[in-house]
Design a binder for this molecule. Structure first.
Ligand SMILES: [Cu+2]
Length: 71
């Protein structure tokens, strides 16, 4: 499968602690790589070869206390 670059909109981040939480949450998912989280644009980017991990990423970030959606 091809590597896909995924961008999520993440609402509710207000500081570096929040971006760190979202970053770690995404990095802990097997099959997710190259995570970056931007506070200003409220976006989280990562790479994966597995499309189903997009939904998992949204679920995990939401469970961490932020509101994630496909960008
Ligand atoms: Cu914060």
């Amino acid at each position: 499968m091809a590597l896909q670059k995924i961008t999520l909109n993440v609402e509710g981040m207000s500081c570096g602690h929040c971006t760190g939480m979202v970053q770690r949450t995404l990095e802990e998912i097997d099959g997710v790589s190259n995570v970056s989280v931007d506070l200003d644009t409220k976006k989280a980017c990562f790479e994966t070869e597995t499309s189903s991990l997009i939904d998992k990423a949204i679920k995990e970030v939401t469970e961490a206390g932020y509101k994630a959606s496909s960008a």
